[in-house]
Design a binder for this molecule. Structure first.
Ligand SMILES: [Zn+2]
Ligand SMILES: [Zn+2]
Length: 137
């Protein structure tokens, strides 16, 4: 197990690298109090391969969430974030071509939940058929 060191994170404090491009800290629950942890299989078998495939950085705005934090941010009651196999990727800095590339890469890797917002893309690996939805602007 791992523990977050506290609410604030000073610059230069070491991050725990879980995969080549992602740290535990950036994917940890935003409440900074619980020990909810990202699904390691999701990170190594889905998220890092996605990063490798697109070849540009994927800024994570939300990773795993505990029930308290999920409710606080207005997440769906059965949100995949609760299970640690969902991420929200900020894509405001991406070009249209990069967004399309990201969607296609995610689909090819078996991501099955696609939530589109003007600000971010939600991806998860829920069971069953592919589901897409749009968040209100
Ligand atoms: Zn939490
Ligand atoms: Zn999400």
């Amino acid at each position: 197990m791992w523990r977050l060191r506290g609410r604030t994170r000073s610059k230069g404090e070491s991050m725990t690298q879980i995969t080549k491009n992602f740290t535990r800290e950036e994917l940890a629950c935003g409440c900074h109090k619980c020990s909810s942890m990202m699904n390691i299989f999701f990170m190594t078998e889905k998220l890092q391969p996605l990063r490798d495939l697109v070849g540009f950085s994927l800024p994570i705005s939300s990773g795993v969430r505990c029930g308290t934090h999920n409710a606080a941010v207005g997440g769906a009651p059965a949100s995949r974030h609760l299970y640690g196999d969902a991420v929200d990727i900020t894509w405001t800095q991406m070009s249209g071509a990069q967004k399309l590339q990201l969607l296609q890469a995610a689909r090819s890797l078996g991501f099955s939940g696609f939530g589109l917002s003007p600000l971010f893309l939600h991806l998860d690996t829920r069971e069953g058929p592919v589901v897409t939805w749009f968040y209100p602007a």
